[in-house]
Design a protein around this ligand. Structure first.
Ligand code: GNR
Ligand code: NI
Length: 167
């Protein structure tokens, strides 16, 4: 297994649209394993392939207390079930150290393939709904900072660039 490098805002690679997975073969299964290992190592609750510079429609999530309930979504499609907007404080492994309130529909249904290539669907609310929407945004080149003001976004961009220059 391997820990993959996580891209950070404003890396232009984070703006790419990921491609659908044609077949869930052993290469994809290995990538899923590595994404889970990377997510757990970084102490995130989700990771999209885009964040590790692999432009395939794959997401891993684990919102369980003991980090032992991995969820894998390949070619996820989301449909809003409850359009009521809920505000939640979001963070992102690609925007380390910054947290902002984002409003999103409160409940979404996800249809996807699991790591065996088997279709499944899941109705989500609360943190899982927030997380799946955040991850699908990554596959479409979108980041949570796109929902906040330009002023705040540019301030975060400048601070992250400055931090990296000092490293
Ligand atoms: O670890 C993460 N926490 C989080 C908190 C609130 C809303 C979304 C997230 S996802 C984030 C990991 C990440 O960057 N996934 O893309
Ligand atoms: Ni993220």
């Amino acid at each position: 297994m391997a820990i993959l490098n996580i891209l950070e805002f404003p890396d232009p690679q984070l703006r790419k649209t990921a491609n659908s997975v044609k077949t869930v073969d052993s290469d994809i299964q290995l990538l899923v394993k590595n994404m889970l290992e990377t997510m757990y190592d970084a102490e995130g609750i989700g990771l999209a392939a885009t964040q590790v510079n692999i432009h395939k429609r794959i997401i891993v999530i684990d919102i369980s207390e003991n980090c032992d309930e991995p969820l894998v979504f390949i070619n996820p499609k989301i449909e809003v079930i409850d359009h009521t907007l809920h505000e939640h404080q979001e963070g992102c492994l690609s925007v380390p150290g910054y947290y902002e309130e984002v409003e999103r529909p409160s409940s979404v249904k996800v249809v996807a393939l699991n790591e065996q290539g088997k279709p499944f669907e899941l109705i989500t609310e609360d943190l899982l709904s927030v997380c799946i929407q955040h991850e699908v945004d990554h596959l479409n080149g979108k980041l949570f900072v796109d929902y906040i003001s330009v002023l705040k976004r540019n301030r975060i961009k400048q601070k992250l660039q400055k931090e990296r220059r000092q490293d």
